[in-house]
Design a protein. Structure first.
Length: 85
């Protein structure tokens, strides 16, 4: 089977951490991605659960946009005490 080169961009720290994790498991980054691609192809699905972050839901984004517009217009602004954590 012919080999091909696959290139994509990734955060530098994520790549370094992934390489170290793979190394700890006795794998190369290439082997790990090949295993992932093989499993996706066989199962015709991503082999783990992917869940949308509810923060980015349409309803929440609309609420945040309204709040930002109100703040920009000086509406609904009230003072509150800072809470120290």
């Amino acid at each position: 089977m012919a080999q091909v080169m696959v290139n994509f961009r990734m955060d530098e720290d994520l790549k370094k951490n992934m390489e170290q994790t793979c190394k700890d498991m006795g794998l190369t980054l290439t082997a790990a991605f090949t295993m992932f691609a093989t499993k996706v192809t066989r199962e015709q699905r991503i082999p783990f659960e992917i869940v949308a972050d509810p923060f980015y839901s349409r309803t929440n984004i609309e609420r945040l946009e309204r709040a930002a517009a109100d703040a920009n217009d000086g509406r609904n602004m009230s003072e509150h005490e800072l809470i120290e954590v």
